[in-house]
Ligand binder design. Structure first.
Ligand SMILES: Cc1ncc(COP(=O)(O)OP(=O)(O)O)c(N)n1
Ligand SMILES: Cc1nc(C(=O)O)sc1CCOP(=O)(O)O
Length: 531
């Protein structure tokens, strides 16, 4: 059975003038591969109305050779000879339904937790409906949405089984790509399909809606699978060559890098807000200057209204949550969504994410809407994001150590499906398969504010150039190159006769970034491929 575009019906959502049968017919023409009859209003008609709807739908699906599934009602599935039934957690147990239905009947069950997926697997379900992924207007949810990032553990629980998986809840043409990118298990198990109600049923053009959903699904399924396993190990020279190519490309192409890291002027001026504003203005000036020194071009903007325009002219987006406010969060949500649509890389710098519930909830919201290309953070920040308490945050600084940073960074990159840079005395960078350790950098970097934020700007600029160089940008090399550039520049800056401490160090650092040559990088890079 092809689960890829799984239509779930709901008459109450039909636009005015649309009739149920024609809506399903259009969805089938548009490419729906399974139809589930879920008619909650007809449910109350003593079963007769539901039966009629099911009979009509069966003949329609037969015309297209598409399987029909009945929601909840085993008797109706039997009566119309449906291919299967979909059961909820509080409906008839799978083993009883199996006894009642003919051999070969498809039985699916809704799951909201990993435990429910395990039980479904043990009960020999044919497929699971994982949801709700996002909030939905179609029904009142009795459990919180699981979010895209909750799906990979559920898919992992199906590893080694034949149980198929579809996601449901709030899925639309506008967020399907994010869903597909994020819902892959560590062993590369993906969704077999997406179950959609309102985006098709409530659409004025159900055929077009189905076509669009199906083409996004197919394109994402083909391109989502990590090409990681095929990536060869690389020698120090190969990776440095690539990093230098990207460094030169930044200087030559002068990519525009959109950086969402300064806040609106606060409406109320209390002492704390002013402090964070002052700190961040300093940091954003430095970030903008280092971007220019590298040869890229910064634009700092936060207003949601201009995000779509900026995504079309920028070559990369940097999201830095250093001075997060509710208003900026809206801009960040929109900016990331537009950047994903425009296929430009996004670098996420989750500054101090472990410091407050607001920051953590906000980053989770962001990552539920768009996917980053690179996440860069210190041990405390990345541990907070990964749900580990091995390291913690003291404000924006990190406390404690990760016991096994190599494994951590690899697993986290694999889970988030992006490049992860774990910064510290040794920087670890991984794409989920390979792990590199970089040992450059002067201790003065840790003694000035905003060096981490400047590094975020460097990574974003390098990712921009990597993306401009080739369609499938080499973001691992871009991240490594940017860190090498910044850390080696810091070593050279610290040696300058004019540098007497942190205050004189920052301008010297920016000068060194501007002047850095290939020879210094080749000569000084302390890089090791660990895995
Ligand atoms: C594919 C798919 N997944 C989940 C559901 C939800 O079913 P259930 O839990 O039975 O809730 P109701 O549909 O009865 O509201 C589904 N129908 N299809
Ligand atoms: C029927 C249903 N079941 C869900 C679950 O979480 O089990 S969510 C849902 C409704 C999905 O509708 P839409 O595509 O319009 O968001």
């Amino acid at each position: 059975m092809d689960y890829s575009l799984y239509l779930v019906t709901d008459r109450s959502l039909l636009p005015e003038g649309q009739v149920r049968r024609e809506s399903v017919n259009q969805a089938l023409v548009g490419g729906a591969t399974v139809v589930q009859i879920r008619e909650k209003k007809a449910d109350t008609g003593g079963g007769k109305q539901f039966l009629e709807v099911a009979q009509q739908s069966k003949s329609l699906c037969d015309l297209y050779g598409v399987h029909l599934i009945i929601n909840d009602h085993v008797d109706i599935a039997l009566a119309v000879g449906a291919a299967g039934v979909h059961l909820g957690q509080s409906d008839m147990p799978i083993d009883i339904a199996r006894k009642l239905m003919p051999t070969g009947t498809v039985i699916g069950i809704s799951c909201n937790t990993v435990e429910e997926v395990r039980r479904a697997r043990e009960a020999n379900a044919d497929y699971v409906g994982l949801g709700a992924v996002w909030d939905t207007q179609t029904k009142k949810l009795d459990k919180s949405p699981i979010g895209v990032r909750g799906l990979s553990d559920m898919l992992d629980a199906l590893d080694g089984s034949d149980v198929r998986a579809v996601a449901i809840g709030g899925i639309k043409t506008t967020n399907l790509a994010r869903l597909m990118h994020g819902s892959v298990s560590p062993t590369n198990r993906m969704l077999d399909g997406v179950a959609i109600v309102s985006d098709i049923v409530a659409s004025p053009d159900p055929k077009k809606a189905a076509q669009t959903l199906k083409s996004i699904f197919s394109a994402c399924r083909q391109s989502t699978l990590l090409p990681l396993a095929r990536q060869p190990l690389r020698s120090r020279e190969t990776i440095l060559d690539k990093a230098l190519e990207i460094m030169n490309a930044v200087r030559k192409l002068n990519p525009l890098v959109h950086q969402v890291c300064i806040e609106f002027l606060p409406h109320t001026f209390n002492f704390e807000v002013r402090l964070s504003k002052i700190t961040n203005t300093v940091v954003s000036t430095q970030s903008a200057n280092v971007t220019l020194a590298m040869g890229a071009s910064p634009i700092m903007a936060t207003a949601p209204e201009e995000m779509a325009d900026l995504a079309n002219i920028s070559a990369a987006l940097l999201i830095n949550i250093g001075t997060l406010q509710s208003e900026t969060l809206k801009g960040m949500l929109k900016a990331g969504h537009c950047a994903n649509s425009a296929r430009i890389p996004i670098v996420l710098d989750p500054v101090g994410v472990g410091a407050s519930a607001f920051r953590k909830d906000s980053v989770n919201k962001l990552l539920d809407i768009w996917h980053p290309t690179v996440i860069k953070g210190n041990a405390g920040e990345l541990a907070a994001l990964a749900g580990s308490n091995e390291a913690t945050s003291k404000g924006v600084d990190s406390q404690g150590q990760l016991q096994n940073p190599v494994q951590f960074v690899r697993d986290f990159a694999r889970k988030e499906r992006c490049v992860v840079a774990l910064t510290g005395e040794i920087d670890f960078i991984s794409d989920g398969v390979r792990v590199f350790a970089l040992k450059n950098g002067d201790p003065l970097l840790a003694r000035v504010t905003g060096s981490g934020c400047m590094l975020g700007s460097c990574i974003a600029s390098y990712c921009a150039a990597a993306n401009l160089l080739t369609k499938a940008g080499d973001f691992l090399s871009a991240t490594i190159g940017a860190i090498l550039m910044m850390t080696i520049a810091s070593e050279l800056a610290a040696k300058r006769a004019t540098v007497n401490g942190p205050a004189t160090f920052v301008p010297a650092l920016i000068d060194e970034v501007a002047a850095l040559g290939a020879e210094s990088i080749m000569e000084r890079a302390r890089i090791e491929q660990i895995e």
